[in-house]
Design a protein around this ligand. Sequence first.
Ligand code: GUN
Length: 284
Amino acid sequence: MAFIIDGKTLSQKIRRSIKDEVISIKNEKGKIPGLAVIIAGNDPASKIYVKNKILACQDAGFFSVHREFDENADKLALIRTVAALNEDENIDGILVQLPLPRTLNADEILPYIDVRKDVDGLSAYQQGLLSQGAPDLVSCTPNGVMELLRAANIGVAGKRAVVVGRSNMVGKPMAMLLLNANATVTVCHSKTENLSEITASADILVAALGKPRFITADMVKTGAAVIDVGMNREDGKLCGDVDFENVKEKAAAITPVPGGVGPMTITMLLQNTLTSFKRKNGIE
Ligand code: GUN
């Protein structure tokens, strides 16, 4: 039976320390970090994520604003909102919740976010820094995975890491972070041949493909660390990309869903916003 990596407890610990830091900066400088979240459309999961982001901001003592657009929102309206938030002194981080409605193309909106406020780490600038080994604001979910590995004392250097999924938000930055930490990294995707053979060679296996219980025990090496980034909804219940019940008998460590990677994403968003705020205000 694997060690269960507890993302909820780690997340609470990091959020407490962020909150303490915000209180002390507020007392000294009279300023607090600010996050803006933009959402368009009515995707129910996105609405829950955005609500949780706003609540997390309030709890950590951040200022937050929330700009909502309907399903038929105009591209220019979103771009103008981003432009105004870029200029807003009270805002240190800007996030456009994805996915956008089908009528809007994220590639035509996200590039307008000031890269210094890109707390999602999705810009070419932030992803470029990461790939050059000089990360600044790193995508929240993969950054959270690295924190979980560190907290669980899972060594990365020299290990064989396999990432299943190649999205700009998770798979690619995840691979870069593991590579920067000296793992030997393979990225698999929907066109990969002999996928199980590759996943079964992984000391660290990250599943980020968005298919419920896709990674089964036969695809996992005995003693591997298995990180499940999946957030799939089945009959109203959350379920990961890993067949947790069977894989936990084979792995040495595993993240549950919920309670593993999920809580870390918003925590890393707060951390990125704090980083951006501190830089703007010349705080070490
Ligand atoms: N949709 C699901 N997760 C995320 C995230 O981390 N950032 C953004 N912008 N959209 C998301």
